[in-house]
Ligand binder design. Structure first.
Ligand code: SF4
Ligand code: SF4
Length: 403
């Protein structure tokens, strides 16, 4: 994707068709001008299919357990959490599934170990990674995996054990400065987890890339820059942390929500979120940390070779939908069944989205958010209001900080 900052007069010249032929040609070549809206729509209609056809990576999020050593106040796994672990038999089924489904046309296998807390299942990670790595090596396919972990068990010993098996990076979470984090992400014993996580990040960040995420609420987001200052002061600057990204806590639907948490937002269009997301991104960037650039993105539900494997061997398309039987798309034993209709695949192929300038960033929005908000995945989850108020400034940040 290309972005450029231009004077308002240049935009007016473009809109009023006052450009010279050669100026037009240059802008077309750079992707800023299209020949016609119809041609652009046609191209976009093909975009996801082409992306799927050209994708050489098979990606699976592997939910190894639904257990956790933390008791986060907003945990989205809510009542589904418990001592549920992937059995040795299911791990074997998963390895077989990869071997029989992945090889055709694929150059890479990418696994994301997830939970609950994946590092409560180190033996399963070792078994799966060893087996698939050997399989991939024999066929000349790349193999690697990442961890989405709360960070409390991310010790150098574990990292040294997993790195030779393909561990590439870990994404962990710090919900703001110590006091804020400890109130939202305590250990089950109620003691704070902040110091443990920071200590672990410090001792593994020279071994693997560590990405830091944080979940904020309307009441606490202004305190998050204090975390960034703390990291900088404690030797965890941009040279040590691969990226930082803060996201709002979204509110679960009543059915699955933890009964005592009501501070999350239920739509990206909530007005406070615009200011909060722009402010936090600026604070991250101005301290020199890297963060996600504005790029076209397609929901995993639309991506053909992208699945979530639950601990019990059932398959899903989105981590938010795991455990909701209606959205199960098959199992390791029986394979994948047709999920297009129930997941509204291609929901963006409608008049409104095809005429929308935000389509390449949105593709009809997040079905999971739609489900949380409206109780159904049917229809689009329109983020136009949010993009109208934020996108130009996000792109300006990308240019200013040379992302
Ligand atoms: S439905 Fe939403 S949360 Fe789920 S994969 Fe798509 S964009 Fe992500
Ligand atoms: S912002 Fe709304 S109209 Fe635009 S692509 Fe997204 S869902 Fe469709």
């Amino acid at each position: 994707m290309a972005a450029a900052e231009v004077a308002p007069e240049v935009l007016q010249d473009i809109e009023k068709d006052r450009l010279s032929k050669s100026e037009k040609k240059t802008l077309e070549e750079l992707g800023f001008l299209v020949k016609s809206r119809e041609a652009e729509s046609r191209e976009l209609l093909r975009y996801v299919d082409e992306l799927n056809a050209e994708n050489e990576t098979f990606t699976a999020i592997v939910v190894l357990n639904l257990d956790c050593n933390l008791g986060c106040t907003y945990c989205y796994e809510g009542k589904r959490k418990g001592k549920h672990y992937m059995s040795a038999e299911t791990a074997g089924d998963f390895i077989d599934f990869i071997k029989s489904h992945v090889i055709k046309g694929k150059e890479e296998i990418n696994l994301i170990f997830y939970g609950g807390e994946p590092l409560l299942s180190v033996d399963a990670i070792v078994r799966i990674a060893k087996d698939i790595r050997t399989f991939a090596n024999k066929r000349g396919i790349l193999f690697g995996f990442t961890l989405t972990t709360n960070g409390t068990l991310l010790t150098p010993q574990i990292v040294k054990k997993l790195k030779p098996l393909g561990l590439r990076s870990a994404s962990t979470t710090l919900d703001g400065p110590k006091k804020v984090h400890n109130s939202s992400r305590p250990f089950k014993s109620s003691t704070g987890s902040f110091d443990t996580i920071v200590r672990n990040i410090k001792s593994v960040c020279s071994l693997i890339n560590v990405h830091v995420g944080g979940n904020y609420t309307r009441d606490r987001y202004r305190e998050f820059p204090l975390l960034l200052d703390y990291l900088l002061k404690n030797g965890l600057g941009p040279d040590k942390i691969a990226s930082v990204e803060f996201s709002p806590v979204f509110q679960e639907s009543k059915k699955f929500a933890t009964p005592d948490f009501h501070d999350g937002c239920s739509s990206v269009n909530e007005p406070w979120l615009r200011g909060a997301s722009l402010y936090l991104r600026e604070e991250i960037l101005r301290r020199g940390f890297s963060t996600q650039k504005v790029v076209p993105s397609v929901c995993a539900v639309e991506q053909r070779d992208n699945f979530v494997v639950n601990y019990d061997g059932t398959l899903y398309k989105c981590p938010g939908l795991v455990g909701r039987k209606r959205y199960c798309v098959g199992s390791l034993k029986t394979g994948i069944h047709d999920y297009q209709k129930i997941h509204q695949v291609g929901k963006w192929k409608n008049k409104k989205c095809l005429a929308c300038a935000y389509l390449p960033l949105c593709f009809g929005g997040c079905g999971y958010m739609k489900l949380l908000h409206d109780g159904t995945m049917r229809g689009i989850n329109c983020r136009k209001e949010y993009f109208d108020k934020t996108l130009a400034q996000f792109v300006a940040q990308d240019i200013k900080y040379d992302l």
